[in-house]
Design a protein around this ligand. Sequence first.
Ligand SMILES: *[C@@H]1O[C@H](CO)[C@@H](O)[C@H](O)[C@H]1NC(C)=O
Ligand SMILES: *[C@@H]1O[C@H](CO)[C@@H](O)[C@H](O)[C@H]1NC(C)=O
Ligand SMILES: *[C@@H]1O[C@H](CO)[C@@H](O)[C@H](O)[C@H]1NC(C)=O
Ligand SMILES: *[C@@H]1O[C@H](CO)[C@@H](O)[C@H](O)[C@H]1NC(C)=O
Length: 433
Amino acid sequence: MWQLKPLLLLLGVVLSAPACTVAGDGGMPLVIPITKDAATMLYSVSAPVAENDQITNHLVLDLSGPIIWSTCPDGYVALGCTSPACMQAHRFHPPNCPQTGYGRPDADNPHRCKCTAHPYNPVTGDTASDDMTEFTTTVNTTDGKNPLKEVSFVVATSCAPESLLAGLPENDVGVVGLGRSALALPAQIADTQKVATKFALCLPSGGSDGVAIFGGGPLFLLPPGRPDVVATLAGDTPLVKHGRSPGYFISADKGIAVNQAQVRLDGNGHAATPLVVGLSSTIPYTELRSDVYWAFITAFNMSTAERARVTPAVAPFELCYDSTQLGSTRLGYAVPQIDLMLQGGKNWTIFGANSMAQVNDHTACLAFVQMKGEHKQYGYGGAATEAPAVVIGGFQMENNLLVLDEENQQLGFSSLLFGRQTTCSNFNFTIAA
Ligand SMILES: *[C@@H]1O[C@H](CO)[C@@H](O)[C@H](O)[C@H]1NC(C)=O
Ligand SMILES: *[C@@H]1O[C@H](CO)[C@@H](O)[C@H](O)[C@H]1NC(C)=O
Ligand SMILES: *[C@@H]1O[C@H](CO)[C@@H](O)[C@H](O)[C@H]1NC(C)=O
Ligand SMILES: *[C@@H]1O[C@H](CO)[C@@H](O)[C@H](O)[C@H]1NC(C)=O
């Protein structure tokens, strides 16, 4: 028995190595539509289960999630403790969850060990322990313009109790992790489809579906004749690690600028720059650590001093304006632009459509909020990890194409697609003729 663990560890290393060398070898990228739930402001995908294609399961997208989990049908088969997926399931451990080893005895067969995983709800911060299993899912391949044809493949997932669904959209039955982990969807697709561990994410602002392309691209958005968005990005920046989190982080070397003027950050006990910037699809608005938040709010307030305010501000926001007097451009309200000045020299520029939330007919508010302690999203890897300075939320990512490239450890971004007269809801989901 004492030999089991080292043997498994070795196996894990051997199994994960070929994935890097074969990636990108001729597979077709896959396309998945993304919906936004108005009530929870969460983004979901549908994952039909082939054995029972009457059931289309909706699962919440979690950019930082390391696994895929859902409630399981009766009669599912638990994976054994020596399966490679079981090894991977234990690389990330949610906070407050005791390390319980790889599994537990199978009640029907005491000599068999059933693999246990630890699904995590990014909205409530709750965790559970349940069996690892696998199911067949069906997704369309794409040439970047249309869906082409359906392919089915097996994904390793975790079961979860019904109670873990709290806070998710009404019809959703689990969470699809898109994080930097072998059991997250991008890596499982890369592995089974022989495409790069790289995906393009285009979150919709509501109404019609947004789009994700696994394998990276190309991606063409209507109207026809436009260039591939993935090949014409506005910029890129290295992905950085933050503690042991499976999430995506980048570094804002020179901090933040409002109206082209750098926001003065005094650090307040923190290093002023570089700022660690996380990405989260499960918080509605960008959260700023309090020292950064107040410096940023003050700068934005000063640069909009002459604009008509609505007071008191509408919670959770601090600065609200009479939207009838803000003026509109094709990039949204005519407000000062916000630049995240990133490692590598490129800016992630945020225009009115991504900075101002319409809270009622005549009021729009600066849609950034103050971080409350360390966000639950970053609990993976232990409480010792300091909260990032900025966590970019859903509203700020909508209608911007993001390319999360694990293979080259890079984040690419298109900037607001309105500038190209298109949106994330302009993928042509009609099957190619
Ligand atoms: C593939 O695309 C077609 C056309 O959009 C759609 O009807 C079908 O449901 C898609 N298949 C899957 C598995 O999503
Ligand atoms: C980035 O933004 C800053 C502040 O607005 C500006 O001074 C700088 O020129 C921008 N850099 C690039 C590469 O656009
Ligand atoms: C914004 O500036 C005005 C005028 O200087 C000031 O009265 C107000 O308190 C400021 N608001 C915030 C949130 O800093
Ligand atoms: C969408 O794709 C279908 C199939 O290729 C094509 O017939 C249709 O014209 C496209 N729609 C638009 C608006 O280009």
